[in-house]
Design a protein around this ligand. Structure first.
Ligand SMILES: *Cc1c(COP(=O)(O)O)cnc(C)c1O
Length: 354
């Protein structure tokens, strides 16, 4: 009997990264491997991304970027979520590009520089209101960064923002605000080489928003950022599958060895089904460590392999289906998959990482 596990298909991931980076070229592709690569495992996915068309990586915080460096990743790395205890000196030592949205961050970064200048990307808030300098604070931030660049303590590598992906109209308005902020920065002597704004959604559907670089996340993991188009329709393949064995069968009910404690969303009950041998069976109940499935009148036995979700090519539900059933987004389905489940990387030679 095989154990409950998470399978990560690295070839599917490479296919997605190639597809997306080709789509947006000549814009560059930065791959978001934040949140442990959306639950897929940061280091193996970072390596696979760089092998297949991405030329830089994004994480949330400096420690994750430094972990990538310790694992031998030499590409451009970008981290933008900083707190009062962020170790900027370590970030600068490791050549981590830093998103900067406030004067306090700029001050802490310049105070931390010694041997070499910090690499910063100034962030303007274009409407999401999730950090980023407000328009009224933007000229002050830019002027301080330009002065620090002249003093040799940093280089301004880019100007960036993040779209809310609310509607095409709102994204277009945000893009216009972004362009105005870039003009303001230029007038203040900032000649930033790289402009970036788009994540998966705008990167795919809004060519005007691709600018110098697209920061792809969820689409690269084979989950559509859209409600009206599946990953398969976009030519992308879901990378993660969750599989577990039948551990018990009693009067038409099979018990399967994964549950809500492994990241299965109880809100999906009433809609959700699993696949066993290519056929679908409705889920009856979800407990912390197991779930029960209605297998009445079928030849399901202990040890049979159950697919909770996967790429969808063998009758199983996808993470997109689970997101609809649970009233959430596909990111939540894969990123919540428990760290307790071993990740099995499918590649030329499969490797298990506990
Ligand atoms: C998560 C994130 C991305 C990737 O977003 P997706 O919608 O998953 O493609 C890009 N940029 C920033 C700043 C992010 O936080």
């Amino acid at each position: 009997m095989t154990d409950a596990r998470i399978e990560i298909d690295l070839e599917s991931f490479r296919h997605n990264v190639r597809t997306l980076s080709t789509l947006v070229a000549p814009a560059r592709t930065m791959l978001a491997v934040k949140a442990n690569a959306y639950g897929h495992g940061m280091v193996p996915l970072a390596r696979a991304a760089l092998e297949s068309g991405a030329d830089s990586l994004a994480v949330l915080e400096v420690p994750a970027a430094c972990e990538l460096r310790r694992n031998g990743i030499t590409s451009q790395l970008f981290a933008w979520l900083h707190g009062p205890h962020t170790d900027f000196a370590e970030a600068i030592d490791h050549d981590v590009d830093l998103g900067v949205s406030a004067l306090w961050q700029l001050a802490a970064i310049t105070a931390a520089t010694h041997a070499k200048p910090a690499r910063v990307h100034l962030k303007i808030d274009t409407g999401l209101h999730r950090n980023g300098a407000r328009p009224e604070d933007w000229p002050g931030l830019v002027s301080a960064a330009v002065a620090a660049q002249r003093a040799g303590s940093l280089t301004i590598e880019g100007i960036w923002s993040h779209l809310a992906d609310a509607s095409p109209e709102e994204d277009a308005a945000a893009l216009a605000r972004f362009r105005r902020a870039v003009d303001v920065a230029t007038s203040l002597g900032c000649t930033a080489p790289l402009l970036h704004l788009a994540a998966s959604s705008a990167g795919i559907r809004e060519p005007d928003a691709r600018l110098g670089l697209v920061r792809f996340g969820i689409a690269a993991y084979g989950i559509s950022p859209f409600d009206d188009q599946t990953a398969t329709e976009l030519g992308l393949r879901q990378v993660m599958a969750m599989r577990a064995p039948v551990v018990e069968v009693e009067t038409g009910v099979a018990r399967v060895g994964v549950g809500s404690g492994d990241g299965i969303q109880t809100a999906a009950i009433g809609h959700a089904h699993v696949a066993i041998g290519g056929s679908r069976y409705p889920i009856l109940g979800i407990e912390i460590d197991s779930l029960t499935v209605d297998v009445a009148n079928s030849a399901v036995s202990v040890g049979d392999e159950v697919t909770i979700f996967g790429p969808g090519d063998r009758g199983e539900a996808t993470a997109e289906h689970w997101a609809v059933w649970a009233g959430t987004v596909g990111d939540e389905i894969v990123a919540r998959a428990s760290e307790r489940l071993p990740r099995v990387y499918l590649d030329a030679s499969p490797v298990t990482v506990r």
